[in-house]
Design a protein around this ligand. Structure first.
Ligand code: GAR
Length: 188
């Protein structure tokens, strides 16, 4: 059995995609959801899928290092940390605790359109192809080594809303696939 810990800040549709993909028979278990936003919809999804949660309100800590030390102290043993819509830059405390074991989902084809608004930035730029990236997390912003990408064409009549829907659908396939692929390459 391989275990992952998921970090999310908002709606949690990618958390749900993994919870659906990784049924108990799949040999992958989500051991914990870490959420930095009290009241975020992803917390209700975690309850629905019986995944324990750790809510960490960074405002209650003196700095990022203290919040991350609290997280590290509460994470159970796990094979991989998956950032799925976690809207914070990861600091050295977490990076050093999980070297090469933290991956992130990004809604554009990196290195194009990093940051918090990748879908709209690509759409407004006028690209004809954008997509989804899963990459290792390093100290930069969406700059770590790329693991997997999937393209999404921007069709002439697409609205930004249409593109967001297609990007999310693509993420819901690529992220569970990539996590399963990475876990399969790890020793027990
Ligand atoms: C996803 O589109 C993910 O790629 C994006 O946040 C969304 C979370 O959706 N992440 C970033 O933009 C990180 N820079 P979800 O909460 O429904 O999974």
């Amino acid at each position: 059995m391989k275990t992952i810990v998921v970090f999310a800040s908002g709606n949690g549709s990618n958390f749900a995609a993994m919870a659906n993909a990784f049924q108990p028979s799949h040999n992958i278990r989500i051991a914990l959801l870490v959420c930095d936003q009290p009241g975020a919809p992803v917390l209700q999804l975690a309850d629905k899928y019986h995944v324990p949660t750790l809510v960490v309100d960074y405002r209650n800590f003196k700095n990022k290092a203290a919040a991350e030390a609290h997280i590290v102290a509460h994470i159970p043993p796990c094979n991989l940390v998956v950032l799925a819509g976690f809207m914070r830059i990861i600091g050295p405390t977490l990076l050093n605790a999980y070297p090469n074991r933290i991956i992130n989902l990004h809604p554009a084809l990196l290195p194009s359109f990093p940051g918090r608004t990748g879908i709209a930035d690509a759409y407004n730029y006028g690209v004809k192809v954008t997509g989804v990236t899963v990459h290792y997390v390093d100290a930069g912003i969406d700059s770590g080594q790329i693991i997997a990408q999937a393209p999404v064409p921007v069709l002439p009549d697409m609205t930004l809303n249409d593109l967001e829907t297609t990007i999310h659908e693509t993420e819901h396939v690529l992220l569970p696939q990539t996590v399963a692929m990475l876990l399969a390459t790890l020793d027990a």
